[in-house]
Ligand binder design. Structure first.
Ligand code: TYM
Length: 326
């Protein structure tokens, strides 16, 4: 049986990259598969220190946004990671099968460590092992993610194979469902759009106001050619705008380029901004509505966690037996 698993860190309201690289796919997949789990990865969030009140609020804001985007708890399990303690328990077991040099080579360790006085915590280093545990705990078969997560998925696949070799065939080796959308920063189109980008204009939140969206696109970095074309290697800035335009409208690159005929990049930026404003207007008002009812959001996460635990507990029990805890 196919089982889909994916997750998102609660960094507040998701950005355009999260939506186009992941959440949009989540909404489609919940229609296609009968066993689908999506998780708010609060334990992962602790790898970058946060005030407790901020984390608490971010968990609710992320949940409101995901629901507003169309993730439906009747069609999938939506839950908070830390409510299912088996994630941490399995991470310990899998950590004992993972070489430290393998973790030291992962790009996220190198980049995020730089922002932690070049030291970095044990949590930051072992974060991808916890991610492997998230997936394997449910014997998941498919994991929809954006490109930046592929290296973590490769680690999860290696860990699954290592476990199977040592303890006997147990975990399916999870397949990556890779989104074609790779959304770049609006200020530096050679790097991915990211919540942690210190440049305020680089990242578009899906709850930004129309004015904020228009401003960020107006200031988007392009180049000195005024014509609109698609060539990510030679023209990353304008190509990122074309990718965003195609992804939010559901049109092909060829179709959006056709629509852009005769426009210069400054005019085109406003066309893309308008398509983003239109796409997220209903989602933005739904987020606001959902944010007003905290107890409903918490109940969604708790109900989801209860059901997730029902799936996880017998699998974890079997793992305990396999490794010799009982
Ligand atoms: P996170 O929270 O950084 O991102 C959530 C999802 O959004 C995708 N994404 C992007 N896609 C395209 N362009 C971008 N600029 C962009 N930025 C983010 C990510 O690829 C991801 O799919 N480690 C994970 C969370 C996680 C997880 C898991 C995912 C924890 N355990 C198990 C899958 C399975 C993370 O930090 O994602």
């Amino acid at each position: 049986m196919d089982r889909i698993f994916s997750g998102i860190q609660p960094t507040g309201t998701p950005h355009l990259g999260n939506y186009l690289g992941a959440i949009q796919n989540w909404v489609n997949l919940q229609e296609e598969c009968s066993s689908v789990l999506y998780s708010i990865m609060d334990m992962h969030s602790l790898t970058v220190p946060k005030e407790p009140a901020v984390l608490r609020q971010n968990i609710l804001d992320t949940t409101a946004a995901i629901l507003a985007c169309g993730v439906d708890p009747k069609k999938c399990l939506l839950f908070q990671q830390s409510l299912v303690s088996e994630h941490a328990q399995l991470a310990w077991i899998l950590g004992c099968l993972t070489n430290v040099p393998r973790l030291l080579r992962l790009p996220q360790w190198k980049t995020k460590r730089a922002s932690q006085n070049n030291e970095g915590t044990a949590g930051l280093l072992t974060y991808p092992v916890l991610q492997a545990a998230d997936i394997l705990l449910y014997k998941s078969t498919h994991v929809p993610v954006g490109e930046d997560q592929v290296v973590h998925l490769e680690l999860a696949q290696d860990i699954a194979q290592h476990f199977n070799k040592k303890y006997g065939e147990f975990f399916p080796v999870p397949k990556t469902i890779l989104s074609a959308n790779k959304i770049k920063s609006l200020r530096d189109p050679t790097v991915k759009m990211s919540k942690s980008d210190p440049q305020k204009l680089a990242t578009v939140s899906i709850a930004d106001s129309p004015d904020e969206i228009a401003l960020k696109f107006r200031k988007a970095v392009t180049d000195f050619t005024s014509e609109v074309s698609y060539d990510p290697a030679a023209r990353p800035g304008v190509s990122n705008l074309v990718s965003i335009h195609a992804a939010v409208t559901g049109l092909s690159i060829k179709e959006v380029l056709h629509q852009a005929l005769g426009l210069d990049t400054a005019q085109y930026k406003m066309v893309v901004a308008e398509s983003v404003i239109q796409k997220f207007a209903p989602i933005r008002s739904e987020i606001k509505k959902l944010q007003e009812d905290k107890s409903h959001l918490m109940k969604v996460l708790e109900d989801g966690a209860e059901k997730a635990k029902e799936l996880a507990a017998p699998i974890y029990q079997e793992i305990r037996r396999l490794v010799g805890f009982q």
